[in-house]
Design a protein around this ligand. Structure first.
Ligand code: SF4
Length: 369
């Protein structure tokens, strides 16, 4: 299938053989892939894996993001979203406003994605009640809510265990956790950029406990700031190891750092080549996570289309209103319609499949070309 001679010239012959045989790649393999000057060679290997797993399908979800507040006790330097309480740019949606958003323009909504900052004052009972009311309004819609960082914050604020927070949220109606807050697991990076934030081991432990309770989740990596390529690979391997243990990750989302309006505003954004290579290496390293997302909000639609040939098989969704990436300078539109997403996927040469949060085809139907 592959011209192994070509991969030999690039010094990737052994890696290509491992990929074709379905063998696990090491961190050293990952370093060689990142070092390879031919991004299409790396992309072709990732495309092989993507096609083996997902054929020509490219998934999307009809979802709505709700950012309930940007007030946060932490001050992560890469974050353009958070504000301290009282800051003129801080916001807190009322429960009424949130419920209005939940009910507006349903359009076949199957997922409500709820995340915010680590608010210093809102009690856990508020979030529990909010999820319960969203569930009453939308009993058939999957509520994907609260990053591991928010979960740990609720536990700390309330003086209860992470397990209790998760169990109560699950009882209220949370079906899945988003993958945010993982950033890069490297202690060196976290010490410099987000020392107040839940440490890497804490993030992994929240996910371990969530998965043990039957809550699936996504996982992310924020790349393109001060981390090294090896630290990216170590992050991927830590996720892979937890996935071996729990099997609870559904999708991995590489998030390109957007420097605008952050404490790292002088840094350059990632290049398209870095984005594509990172998606491809993620697909190749994460041999036990079924899906890799090309998050069009951060990548731009054009690059997300291209990423479908570099290992990604998911396009995320309609989103409707996105604040976190846009406050950091994301240039994409705020949301897209189903027909826009389907057209973009088809134009890229893939078959659009509307999915729910757990990647079940909606109505059991695969949309044909
Ligand atoms: S990244 Fe999350 S935890 Fe950090 S400051 Fe922003 S909202 Fe708060």
């Amino acid at each position: 299938m592959f011209d192994l001679g070509y991969y030999k010239k690039l010094g990737l012959e052994e890696i290509a053989a491992k990929v074709t045989d379905g063998e696990r790649l090491s961190i050293a393999d990952g370093e060689k892939l990142f070092a390879c000057p031919d991004v299409t060679a790396v992309g072709s290997l990732a495309h092989l894996v993507r096609t083996r797993r997902n054929g020509d399908k490219a998934y999307y979800v009809v979802n709505r993001h709700i950012n309930y507040s940007n007030v946060c006790v932490n001050g992560c330097r890469f974050c353009a979203f958070s504000r301290k309480k009282g800051d003129p740019l801080s916001f807190e949606l009322s429960e009424e406003q949130i419920l209005e958003k939940v009910q507006a323009n349903d359009n076949g909504l199957t997922e409500i994605h709820v995340v915010g900052g680590c608010h210093p004052e809102l009690p856990f009972s508020y979030f529990e009640g909010l999820i319960g009311r969203i569930r009453e309004l939308k009993p058939d819609t999957i509520i994907k809510a609260f990053t591991a960082v928010e979960i740990a914050h609720f536990a700390k604020n309330e003086g209860i265990s992470v397990a209790e927070v998760l169990a109560r949220l699950k009882a209220a109606g949370v079906r899945m956790l988003p993958g945010g807050g993982a950033e890069v697991f490297s202690e060196r990076v976290r010490e410099l950029l987000c020392p107040e934030k839940l440490p890497a081991a804490g993030w992994l432990e929240v996910m371990r406990q969530a998965h043990a309770m039957g809550l699936k989740s996504n996982a992310t990596m924020l790349y393109g700031h001060i981390e090294t390529l090896r630290e990216r690979l170590e992050h991927l391997v830590a996720l892979r190891e937890l996935q071996d243990e729990t099997g609870g990750f559904v999708c991995f989302i590489p998030l390109a750092f957007q420097p605008e309006n952050t404490g790292l505003g002088k840094m350059q954004p990632t290049t398209g080549i870095d984005d594509l290579k990172t998606i491809a290496v993620s697909r190749l390293m994460l041999d036990n996570i079924p899906h890799i997302k090309a998050y069009w909000v951060m990548l731009t639609v054009k690059l997300a289309q291209t990423a479908l040939y570099f290992g990604a098989d998911d396009f995320d969704g309609t989103v409707v209103e996105e604040k976190i990436g846009h406050m950091a300078g994301a240039k994409s539109q705020q949301g897209m319609t189903r027909s826009e997403i389907e057209g973009i996927i088809r134009e890229a040469g893939f078959r659009p499949v509307q999915r729910d949060s757990l990647f079940n085809a909606v109505n059991g139907a695969v949309v044909s070309c």
